[in-house]
Design a binder for this molecule. Sequence first.
Ligand code: T5A
Length: 225
Amino acid sequence: MNRGFFISIEGLDGAGKSTQHALLAKHLAENGEKVLPLREPGATDVGEKIRAILKDKTFQHPPAAEVELLLFLASRAQLVRERIMPALQSGYVVLCDRFIDSTIAYQCGGRGISSKSISALHRFASGGLVPDLTILLDLAPEEGFRRINIGRKTALDRIEEQSMDFFRRVHKSYGRIAIKNPQRVVVLDGSLPPDSIGEKVRTTVCERIYRFRNDVNRSMRGPAI
Ligand code: T5A
């Protein structure tokens, strides 16, 4: 089977994920990879409608934390089945702006839902899919906020309007995720200029894809005689 490679990019609001996501997608495509860039929540018709609900701040009674969690997971369930799995089975490099670690960081770290519940629901929603590599852009919450407020044309959405304490908890939670998953999660300094982060992202990704494909080829050849 021509198994693709699944990369997620993670970090706080304003950490520079979308910027690096676009740079990396361009670089991989220019180097002949089949690339599928995606974002969460969203990237399917169903998911984009769910995204609009999640960001909407006009509800008289905003979604309870449990409802918010289920909406993120509903968007993911659709994305995994409609786009991610078929692309991985066709050998694509799937590049997702946020995935499971956002749910742990925001809904567990930020909202206080147990990680056990989130892991069980994620397994149900996604079939237990975990990225092969996660790039975590580490940035102080205050700096992330400063960035998203610079030159902003639209008002902050429902999640961006949370308190600084909320984002500090999310930030800490990302730190714990990195410590628990040292093989999968590579932490990069999000305060560097975009080009130097981009160079580190490219080096990390190319090295990991190369290693992954070598391992796959070796396992297909079977043991050396
Ligand atoms: N969420 C999501 C959950 O709570 N649970 C979940 O399970 C999931 C999947 C998604 C929201 O949903 C939450 C998290 C989020 O709050 P979104 O609109 O997709 O909402 O939000 P973000 O992914 O956070 O998007 P942002 O655009 O806010 O942040 P990015 O993508 O990290 O940052 P980016 O690249 O857009 O850059 C922001 C600004 O900084 C500048 C850019 O030019 C831009 O102006 N910038 C830099 N400036 C200086 N140095 C750098 N290195 C820079 N990189 C970018």
